[in-house]
Ligand binder design. Sequence first.
Ligand code: HMG
Ligand code: MG
Length: 298
Amino acid sequence: GLPTSVTIYEVGPRDGLQNEKTIVPVEVKAEFVARLLSAGLPVVEATSFVHPKWVPQLADAAELIPMLGSGGRACPVLVPNERGLDRALELGMERIAIFGSATETFAQKNLNRSLDGQLEMFEPTVARALEAGMDVRAYVSMCFGDPWEGAVPVEQVVTVGKRLLDLGASQLSLGDTIGVATPGHVTALLEAFGDAGIGCDRLAMHFHDTYGQALANTYSALRSGVTTYDASAGGLGGCPYAKSATGNLATEDLVWMLDGLGIDHGVDLGAVVETSVWMAGELGRPSPSAVVRALGGA
Ligand code: HMG
Ligand code: MG
């Protein structure tokens, strides 16, 4: 059967805004995060401590965090290396997420490292984060297909994913960075992880909706037993270093489906829709989410 409850891991302020051409003012970002938290989202990834030249949209991370009040320190933030970790520690952050690639090409494009080189960069970063009492999540990107390398073998994803978990990460988020996954591929990948001794309790799914398959893929992962799903309010998002990456699975689309299935999530759908309509106004373009369009009166 399906799980009775799931955790929605909100990535709109990070994965969403990192890919917007408009640089959103820091006050607007702070309000975005606050509204998402008060809509009942249990986890809101707030920003990234990456090189500001690589992702100028999130260069204001150190300004944003103090604006979030005491709750801000519990928001996870992306950290690629020890320099990013130092910046996060200075602000008292409690949770970080490292982000590796399943493919050689994307490791190079996104992190300026080889596949092995990215792990050498993460190793001391995670060790120090754990020593400081932080929780560490790990993403693995290009789990289904890569724009430069094509289809990615499931064994390759399991090997990289296992190496990331072995560093000491508490959860591995499987990223369909460019949205090419289909439901049967999702089942096959989760089975391969299971065969390697990594159960659904340690996994999260991170779908992008480029080909309109994100909800079908989510349903497939629910049937396999995964209970954490990354989503982005209004379907904002993409990845600046992955050609053809568009928005994440919209939080509203996910919530609508979970409600229909009777699966608990604790999120106030109306409040998220209102937030996305407001953010669409700030960005000057309508939300790509079907549910936001249906309920948002826009
Ligand atoms: P690099 O150029 O190799 O960096 O970039 P470096 O280690 O050679 O250092 C060069 C300089 O940058 C040094 O300064 C460092 O201090 C500084 P200098 O000594 O020359 O004055 N530096 C930093 N400054 C601030 N913060 C830092 C930092 N690190 C170094 N953290 C690096 C390597 C990893 C930094 C770079 O490639 C980078 O920042 N990449 C981030 C790319 C990114 O954020 N991509 C989007 C997120 S991933 C994603 O969206 C996928 C996901 O959603 C899942 C999915 O969909 O699959 C998570
Ligand atoms: Mg992503």
